[in-house]
Design a protein around this ligand. Structure first.
Ligand SMILES: [Mn+2]
Length: 352
């Protein structure tokens, strides 16, 4: 897997970000055209950045004359805010199980990378393009177009730049989606954001629908959300500056990231690791305030248990196959995490 210990160069904001995208945009165009249909595939439990990126690619393909595009995902949309985003922005996305892959001339993957364990694509299926911001190293002879900017805060930034560069109009609902993608993946440009993320954020701010975003950000919630907060609060422990939350079985894996973000606000913690069980796997999310090692730690946890893990400097995730009893495995994962974070000798303190 890719090395996550990278140096990030922060260059000053330039007046126009567009020339840097010209070559990649042209390459992308040549990789998908001519085509009459395209499948745009997101990761299995789509977040706002993947939803926005898929919608942006769909808009761009329509602008280029591709008549039929379908946006698909393998799992389902779990978080209340993300379901509200789909509803209020009229995003047409379908489960991968309902898609006949042979119906499409092109397959484009956004916000994830084939073979990383979080995108539903049958092995050996040809991919024509991958646009992502999770660090990975495509082989030099990769047979598909790829634009992978591992230091970027959001894939929506790359897609916004493509749309601007191509001269494609960005309607207010699409701008709202793209803005929300950058906002959620970078915590409002505080986390893992580059000057390009900030530049796109500012441009989208002027064309988006702010009332719609407010509605998306304040959704009605089901009882499961409050049950999870209860479970998380009872389980939360702090080991020096590392918080750990175990949710037990969850009905949607994206609620693990949701609880990680909520419990990261616990005043005692610099780090939070939140884990939960779904579909015979342990999913985990990591958030950090100041350290740049979230992705590296996520990778080390995955290596210990034969899973997949990685991510960005301050936000990362992974999943591990459960072998044997789930609770025993969950206990082992917690022990491995506090050891990897170097706090195994610290006296744990409970939240309650
Ligand atoms: Mn993303």
């Amino acid at each position: 897997m890719a090395c996550f210990c990278k140096i990030i160069f922060y260059h000053p904001i330039r007046k126009s970000i567009m020339p840097r995208y010209q070559d990649k945009l042209q390459e992308f165009r040549e990789s998908v055209l001519p085509a009459s249909s395209a499948l745009i595939l997101m990761h299995d439990y789509p977040d706002p950045d993947s939803l926005a990126s898929a919608c942006g690619v769909s808009e761009l393909l329509a602008f280029w004359g591709v008549g039929h595009t379908v946006i698909a995902y393998g799992g389902f949309v779990g978080r209340a805010e993300n379901r509200a985003m789909v509803r209020f922005l009229n995003i047409k996305a379908v489960p991968f199980a309902l898609v006949h892959i042979g119906d499409f001339d092109r397959i484009i993957i956004v916000d994830c990378y084939p073979g990383r364990g979080n995108v539903s694509l049958p092995p050996g299926m040809p991919v024509h393009a991958v646009i992502d911001h999770h660090p990975s190293d495509p082989p030099p002879d990769a047979a598909f177009f790829h634009d992978i900017r591992g230091e970027y805060g959001a894939t929506a930034t790359i897609i916004t730049s493509y749309l601007l560069q191509a001269g494609c109009r960005i309607p207010p609902k699409l701008a709202t989606a793209l803005f929300n993608g950058i906002k959620t993946d970078t915590d409002g440009t505080l986390r893992d954001a580059t000057p390009d993320d900030v530049e796109c954020y500012k441009r989208l701010f002027d064309i988006m629908d702010h009332r719609l975003l407010s509605q998306i950000e304040a959704p009605k919630r089901d009882a499961e959300f409050f049950r999870l907060i209860h479970t998380a609060t009872e389980s939360a422990t702090c080991h020096k500056n590392v918080g750990y939350v175990h949710l037990g079985a969850v009905t949607a894996p994206d609620s693990i990231a949701e609880m990680a973000e909520l419990f990261h606000s616990w005043e005692k913690v610099e780090w939070i690791v939140c884990a939960g069980i779904f579909n015979n796997q342990i999913f985990y999310s990591i958030r950090s305030d100041t350290s740049n090692l979230a992705g590296a730690h996520a990778e080390r946890i995955a290596e210990r248990f034969g899973g997949n893990g990685g991510g960005h400097a301050k936000a990362a995730a992974g999943k591990l196959p459960i072998t044997g009893d789930a609770q025993t495995m969950a206990d082992k994962v917690k022990l491995a995490v506090i050891e990897i974070f170097g706090v195994a000798d610290e006296e744990p303190e409970r939240l309650l």
